[in-house]
Ligand binder design. Structure first.
Ligand SMILES: C[S@@+](CC[C@H](N)C(=O)[O-])C[C@H]1O[C@@H](n2cnc3c(N)ncnc32)[C@H](O)[C@@H]1O
Length: 313
């Protein structure tokens, strides 16, 4: 059953306001027939054994943390509700990872949560320090560590403690000594000023209720000459009211997404130069979970997966 919860609905690119919304419950309802992702919202009817249905919602960060905590603990399926690792594997190929990448990732690091492959565009070099915003179970950190080699250093930051535990366990599995995971919010990075060469992120900034602050923090952490390579979902038009206020669509990376132009402007506003979309494609992973003609299904037509590069001069 869905239940009425009071939660702040963050208008895309705007101020938060508190509204009472119907929040669809958890997961473990029969998985949709087609692979969804991360990042793919659970259909509203889904409810059942492993979702986050019970607590009063304080703010959108709490909702996001709770949901991704449940994913990390295996209480909610990531790549489609309870769909399991095969679906996450299939999604990986769909969003731009090679078979070689897939083979290099420790088991359990791919939860099907990304919307692109930032490493493919980051042009990482040996010895660089890389920071991953919202590192999840560590997938891109491990690929970055491979690219920067034994003299490089990779830091993953995530605000969800159980996600961090999972990432650290994955690092131990492959004895990844150059990778560390820190607990923190991407709006307040636990990283000293001007100490990072490259910042990557994969399908996380859309979840932040304060995106300009995320980009300001990224700018602060980068060394002069450092670069940003973000894979994220952005919008090419307005979402319907019902989708904007739908918390499942928010934690599913859709309704918190910013309008494309505004997103690029926020990056420039933080001080970055050479802001460039290096790749973009439609994003419909998970759309099939919703009925044809439903507002949720139609929302995917507004969504683009972008890979954005920017430089700190
Ligand atoms: C969609 S998942 C992406 C995970 C990872 N980048 C990947 O591709 O597998 C979002 C992750 O970002 C984290 N997250 C969301 N908002 C955050 C914030 N404001 N600060 C830090 N971490 C955040 C969540 O805990 C979750 O692990």
């Amino acid at each position: 059953m869905s239940e009425m919860k009071k939660l702040p609905v963050v208008e895309s690119g705007c101020c938060a306001e508190t509204k009472t919304e119907t929040v669809g419950g958890g997961c473990c309802a029969p998985a949709p027939s087609t692979a969804s992702s991360c990042c793919a919202p659970a259909p509203a009817e889904a409810s059942g054994c492993c979702g986050s249905t019970s607590t009063e919602v304080g703010d959108i960060r709490t909702v996001v943390r709770e949901r991704y905590g449940a994913v990390a603990e295996g209480r909610v399926g990531a790549a489609g509700c309870c769909a399991g690792p095969q679906v996450a594997e299939a999604t990986l190929a769909e969003i731009g990872y090679s078979a070689e990448d897939a083979a290099a990732i420790p088991e359990g690091a791919n939860l099907g949560l990304g919307c692109g492959n930032p490493i493919a565009f980051a042009e990482l070099k040996g010895g660089e320090t890389v920071l991953d915003l919202g590192s999840g179970a560590g997938i891109d950190c491990f690929l970055a560590a491979r690219a920067v080699g034994p003299t490089g250093h990779v830091i993953g930051v995530d605000m969800t403690a159980s996600m961090l535990e999972r990432a650290r366990a994955n690092a131990r599995k492959i004895e990844a000594t150059t990778v560390e995971f820190r607990l923190g919010e991407i709006e307040h990075l636990p990283v000293a000023d001007a100490t990072v060469d490259v910042i990557i992120s994969n399908c996380v900034v859309n979840l932040s209720p304060d995106k300009p602050q995320v980009f300001r923090e990224a700018y602060r952490a980068l060394r002069p000459g450092g670069r940003l390579m973000v894979s994220d979902l952005v919008l090419n038009g307005p979402l319907s009211d019902s989708v904007r206020k739908n918390v499942e669509m928010y934690v599913g990376c859709i309704s918190g997404a910013e309008q494309r132009d505004r997103y690029l402007e926020q990056i420039r506003g933080a001080g970055f130069t050479d802001v460039e979309v290096v790749s973009e494609s439609g994003y419909a992973v998970g759309a099939d979970a919703f009925a044809d003609g439903s507002a949720e299904r139609e929302a995917f037509a507004m969504v683009t997966s972008v890979k954005v590069r920017a430089v700190k001069r």
